[in-house]
Ligand binder design. Structure first.
Ligand SMILES: [Zn+2]
Length: 236
């Protein structure tokens, strides 16, 4: 499975899932939020998120098989345990919670549903990214994984992370944000022409400029600020 067909599959899953989640939760529009209601909304939609996660985890497995080719035994995919009913309830509560009053006592609107669908999409993508990152970390045939954004311009935060390039970087520092389109590209040992290599090189050039403008310091907040000036298009 090429990066391109993986992307196509992902976009389709993403579109179907976000539409489905909104469809399932539309009856809640106009009602008043509460912990009970969030749990009810989660119960109604969780299997759609799970389904999308398993489809994208399978896609990750196919990408891995294609990357290692026919020589050698493939590793078994990891079982990801970071998504469950409880986590999904928390995601929904977060989407509903009024940031000013910190309360769930809000009238549910279609904006809330949009936010919930973005979170659903994020969790679906998480299964693909998590599976791929795990392969890149475990299987010694890989140099690591590179973060690539198939829908640039990338935000300054993502630009910094893309600039890291194919390393076995700590998966806990992968930091994919809500609405993030970045994907995980497996990179074999010694492979220099991996899909997205030019983007990594561009991001590295921007990163170096940003470090210079930041007085040689590499703190993320400072670099993000500098990149906003260097790359005013990447604001989203
Ligand atoms: Zn970003």
């Amino acid at each position: 499975m090429t990066a391109r067909s993986a992307r196509k599959a992902r976009n389709k899953v993403s579109q179907t899932l976000t539409k489905r989640v909104i469809q399932l939760l539309v009856p809640y529009v106009g009602r008043t939020g509460s912990a009970e209601l969030a749990a009810e909304m989660a119960k109604r939609s969780v299997s759609s998120v799970r389904g999308a996660r398993s489809t994208l985890a399978m896609s990750a497995n196919r990408q891995y098989r294609e990357a290692i080719g026919s020589d050698g035994k493939p590793f078994k995919p990891v079982v990801l345990n970071r998504f469950d009913d409880k986590v999904w309830i928390q995601s929904i509560e977060k989407a509903l919670r009024d940031p000013e009053t910190d309360s769930l006592d809000v009238t549910i609107t279609t904006d809330h549903l949009d936010e919930i669908s973005r979170k659903a999409d994020h969790w679906a993508r998480d299964a693909e990214r998590g599976t791929l990152i795990d392969f890149a970390m475990r299987d010694p045939r890989f140099e690591g994984w590179a973060r690539i954004d198939p829908e640039p311009p990338s935000c300054p935060f993502c630009t910094v992370l893309i600039s890291i390039g194919p390393k076995r970087s700590d998966p806990n520092q992968a930091h994919f944000h809500i609405g993030d389109t970045c994907e995980v590209q497996l990179v074999l040992k010694g492979q220099e022409d991996y899909p997205g290599a030019e983007q990594v090189a561009e991001a590295q050039a921007k990163y170096e400029k940003a470090v210079k403008a930041n007085g040689g310091k590499t703190d993320l907040a400072g670099l993000v600020k500098q990149l906003k000036t260097i790359d005013p298009e990447g604001q989203s």
